[in-house]
Design a protein around this ligand. Sequence first.
Ligand SMILES: N[C@@H](CCC(=O)N[C@@H](CS)C(=O)NCC(=O)O)C(=O)O
Length: 341
Amino acid sequence: MTNPAPLTLMGAPGSPYTRKMLAVLRYRHIPYRLLLSNSPQLAKLPQAKVPLLPTFYLPGPDGEVVAATDSTPLIRRFEDEFAGRSVLPTDPALAFLNDLIEDYADEWLTKAMFHYRWHYADDISKGAKILPCWRGFSIPDEVLAERGTMISERQISRLRYVGSSPATAPVIESSYVRFLEAMEDHLRLYPYLLGNRPSAADFAVYGQLTQLAEFDPTPMALTLKVAQRVTAWVGMLEDQSGVDPEENGWFDTGNLPPTLLAILTEVGRVYPPVMLANARAVMNKEAEVVAEVDGSPWVQQPFPYQAKCLGWLRDSRNALSQADRTKVDVILSGTGCEAMF
Ligand SMILES: N[C@@H](CCC(=O)N[C@@H](CS)C(=O)NCC(=O)O)C(=O)O
């Protein structure tokens, strides 16, 4: 008897998107092997065009191994290639809400993750100590310290890409707290974002929270203080291999709980203004994204990838039938999210 070959990926424990994918693979019972970035096996594997974590090594069209990145399309690819335990809702309207919350987690919550890690002294210090160890720690202390300084200096210089600055810090932080409160209210009643079974949106939120709630000291203390259930949930989402999904465990889009609408309203408060202003700046080749978020000024470096994300979300809404699009539009009306479509 032969078992299917495990999927191979390169990733790191400090990468939220790696954690997102590992949790999806565990839940879906897809066998995998994880290579850390110092693995000797990487020498024999191709490099991705944009070397991001995680990188998967998958069979390409001619059977040769191809390096593939980007968690969201990879999750969809694995839905086609592996049967059962789907993380995508069957109702197309709910599947669209899944896409929206997944993108908010990947593209907005990650701002909080990156901001807290590289803004506060305690968090910078922990990042500089631990992140280099994940590329190999059997080295002299001075070399490890040098690598820590190198990583932290590089990441701090990238804060401008996510839009974290002293001016935007209060916007990022208050939106994180409101998200936690909304998520805590939801978890008081339901185990997952979209019902009684986990979705890609849950794993995307989980990925960012592995860092915010379990690694970086400032947001970790804050998360526990504001949202004890959210902290506990992150620990549980890591390994959902023993959860048997209920076939009909998804919410009915005709009757969504107010706690989910409150989460969508938080999404709509912060994420559309930045996504729209960014897409405009990218299109007009402007040097800066200038927007207003929640009544405060927002400035960041344009990010072409996020302009593509907005395009994919619009495609996903346009692909719905007329009836499903109407359903989605009614749900989103008044949340602020409708501004993107
Ligand atoms: N959209 C991508 C994002 C992946 C990503 O940004 N990965 C980060 C780490 S979590 C990365 O590799 N950054 C470059 C670096 O660390 O050198 C996904 O969903 O997988």
